[in-house]
Structures are given as C-alpha cells and as structure tokens.
Design a protein around this ligand. Sequence first.
Ligand code: ADP
Ligand code: MG
Length: 266
Amino acid sequence: MSSAAAARLEGIDLVYRYPRASVDAVGGVSVRAAPGELSTILGPNGSGKSTLCRLLAGGLRPASGTARFAGRPLERWPRRDIAREVAVVTQREHVPFPITVRSLVAIGRYPHLGPLRREGAADREAIAAAMERCGVAELAERGYQTLSGGERQRARIARGLAQQPRALVLDEPTAALDMRYEMTIFRLLRGLAHRDGVAVLLVTHNLNLAARFGDRHLLLEGGRMAAEGDTASVMTADNVSRVYDWPVGVATRPFEEGEAPQVVPE
Ligand code: ADP
Ligand code: MG
C-alpha cells in the first residue's frame, strides 16, 4: 500500500476497561492520525491518554471498537509488518539490561533487517540520522542506564525515528526535556508530518506547544472525548478551563509557524 492516504492510524469507538477496574479507562473514543498531520491527544492526568496510545499500538485489545492502520485492524497485521509501519514511544520503559545508546536506537531497525539480521548501509544511516536529530549522537557509546532522564527520553525518540515508520505515536515524549530540546522535538515532529508525510500522534501536557505545532487535537476527560478538531475549535478558554478544572485565558499570538491560541492559567 503506497498511497499516503492509506497510511492512516485510527481508532473507532474504542472502549477499554482494565481488569478489576470499575470504570472504563477509555469509554468510546475515536481518534485518527492522518499522514502529513501532527495530531495531539490532550487531557488531565488519568484521562486515558496512555491507554488510548496502547490501544492504537496494538498492546491492548479494545473491548469494543477497532484500532486500525491503513484500513486494516491491528490484530490482522502480521507483527513484523506492523512494526515497520507504526512506531511507538511509550511514556515509561524499564530497560533491565545494560545497553549502549546506539544499540538501543538500532532496535528500531529490527523490523527492517533481512534474514541474516545484519545491519546494512541504509540501517546504519537511519540510526546515525535519528541520533543526530535527537541530539544523542555524542552519547552513542554511553550506557543507556547512565543517562539522565531527558537524555534517555531523547534516545528512545531516536529509536522511534530510526524505525522510519509511516505512523509515529509518542506518549509525553518531551515531559523530561529542557526548553531547547522540547522545541527541537516539536519542530522535528512537525517536520516529520508536514515534510515527510508521517502520521504523527503526540500526547502532551504542553497545551501551548500543542496549539502552536499541532494540526488537530483530541481533548480527553475521564476517558471520553471532551473536544476534537482543529486548533481554533479545541483550544478555547471554555474547553480548557472545563476539562482541566482551572480558569484560563486564551489569547492568539503570532509565531513563525502561524498564529496560535496560547493558554494562560488564571
Ligand atoms: P493518562 O495517560 O491520561 O494519565 P491512563 O491512560 O494512564 O491516563 O489511565 C487512565 C485510567 O486508567 C486511570 O484512571 C488509571 O488509573 C487507570 N489505569 C491505567 N493503567 C492501569 C492499569 N494497568 N491497571 C488498572 N488501571 C489502570
Ligand atoms: Mg499517561
């Protein structure tokens, strides 16, 4: 399937409840990440953002509804094939063994390796480029366990980029990053979407960068869709103050990327 329009990652009416929980973590949510767009998932702590990411990554099976990539339900994709198409940078990850940054990033290439499992020139190039773009090239031979939280995070984003997926899901990838790297990653993700046609889906708590760089947004509240649509329709004072339960003002500001509403808590 080569048409860009075919590379959409989407969830339709997804419902999921954790074992022994008394309410649904995700209670009837539809979401889509279209090629060429940076889409965001927003919402307070516990609103179901990470659960939604797991459903879209095929790590959790919905009780009802479907998650699909390029029109085909995730459970009908062979594991290795879907791993070439969809990359996921999870919110947390325990890496229980010693590994260098380069080796961690190289894991992103596994689904692409041939039968001999040996890296070729294209693999080495993808690994080097991903490390460069995430600012971890200098850390290539360092042990992952010796890195700071932000450096680890950048190495894990680099692994997702090395995978060269058509859809990329990232769960709070910039939570541990300083301002410069947070900006670098938002720019990078926007470029991946707009220049390279990747379907990028990003969970973030940074509403202002989401408004500035994102094309579409899904605002979650208690596992349900509180708002969905383009930036102007989602990022209103009404929506944000209601869902985050805190009064806010919203004012439009000009940026290099265009005008964007910016949220200021009262
Ligand atoms: P968010 O990422 O928006 O903070 P999550 O998707 O992690 O929210 O969690 C949504 C809800 O599901 C929360 O109420 C959370 O406590 C619950 N939850 C998350 N993971 C589990 C789990 N493994 N078992 C039981 N409940 C969970
Ligand atoms: Mg989460």
